[in-house]
Design a protein around this ligand. Structure first.
Ligand code: ZN
Ligand code: ZN
Length: 340
């Protein structure tokens, strides 16, 4: 079979690899679509794992199941999460799935950007979802990113009537706009790319502010009568964006850090300000099986729509172009690789 192996962001090759073998409790899936994640194009993050068959947002069709698998059979159309928890440890019992040792150790073999991948027993048992009829493979490739946003808004405790500021309007920012609106919040969006600002308005943001042409904090203050945001979603993993996020939060506000910084960076905060304004910093890392189920429901219900966020599609043989395209913020939101 063919796989896409990433050596560096500017060196992604289509190579031959054996179709993975499956064991008891596992399944073999023929990939039909796989999204390129923001994490896949963060050079410092992905290149330290290279070379690898990247891609963790696949959807496809079950072609074989191992001994003992009864819940799924060949022909089933599925979303498969690349990480799955054990469901039994102390972290899982508290719903902290991403901190389960099993969650971190599970992975699809060899990865999502391959014509076929093997689903380990843990992933198959606890985070492989059969697709409802109306959900196609392209839409299903949005389950994982949507689930990360579901979790982020839950961590931020977004409630109807609150003001949510979204910093960074790539695909994840746009999904935050859609789902914060769906939760009944007012959304003020921030970016510097005109195409992204326009898209956020179309998806329901009441204002989209160009951070190069305006003072973001002054603009938000004006729109909220000085109250600022109840929840701030900080999309980019930059210290600058995190600092802006803290500035945009009003009293009692929650600042959701949706993306990591690099390992050695530090963020200077004023405990005095955080204390008296009771501003919380809330990291939100990835998502768990409760989030993927909710995400699939949102997609099936037409709340999250591929046509709103998928801007580019490439076949596997053009995966290098797909990776390059995904890095062009001026024109790309979600880039996906489609398989035939
Ligand atoms: Zn992802
Ligand atoms: Zn666990």
């Amino acid at each position: 079979m063919r796989v896409a192996r990433l050596y560096r962001l500017d060196d992604v090759r289509v190579e031959d690899a054996p179709v993975p073998e499956i064991g008891p409790g596992e399944a073999l899936v023929r990939t039909r679509a796989c999204g390129i994640c923001t994490g896949d194009i963060m050079a410092w993050y992905i290149e330290r794992k290279a070379p690898l068959v990247f891609g963790h947002e696949p959807a496809g069709e079950v072609v074989a199941v191992g001994e003992g698998v009864e819940a799924l059979s060949p022909g089933d159309r599925v979303f498969v999460h690349h990480h799955a928890p054990c469901g039994e440890c102390s972290k899982c019992r508290r719903g902290l799935y991403v901190h389960c040792p099993t969650w971190r150790s599970t992975a699809l073999r060899p990865g999502g950007m391959a014509e076929y991948f093997a689903v380990p027993a843990d992933n198959l048992a606890r985070d492989t979802l059969r697709l409802p009829d109306g959900v196609d493979f392209e839409a299903a490739s949005l389950v994982e990113p949507t689930a990360c946003v579901v979790k982020s808004l839950r961590r931020g405790a977004v409630a109807a009537g609150e003001t949510v500021a979204v910093i960074g309007l790539g695909v994840m920012g746009q999904l935050h706009v859609v789902l914060a609106r769906h939760a009944g919040a007012r959304v003020v969006a921030f970016d510097r790319v005109p195409f992204r600002l326009e898209r956020a308005l179309r998806l329901g943001a009441e204002a989209a502010i160009d951070v190069d042409a305006n003072d973001p904090a002054a603009s938000l203050s004006e729109r909220t009568g000085g109250d600022m945001a109840d929840v701030v979603i900080v999309g980019p993993g930059s210290i600058e964006a995190m600092e802006l996020g803290i500035r945009l939060a009003g009293s009692g506000g929650r600042v959701v850090l949706f993306t990591t910084s690099q390992p050695d960076e530090t963020l200077a905060v004023s405990p005095f300000r955080l204390y008296f304004d009771e501003v919380s910093l809330v990291p939100s890392y990835s998502c768990g099986p409760d989030d993927t189920r909710e995400a699939l429901e949102l997609i099936a219900a037409g709340i999250v729509r591929p046509q709103d966020v998928v801007t580019h599609r490439f076949p596997l043989e053009r995966v290098a172009e797909a990776v390059a395209q995904a890095q062009r913020p001026d024109e790309a939101l979600k880039t996906i690789v489609v398989f035939d």
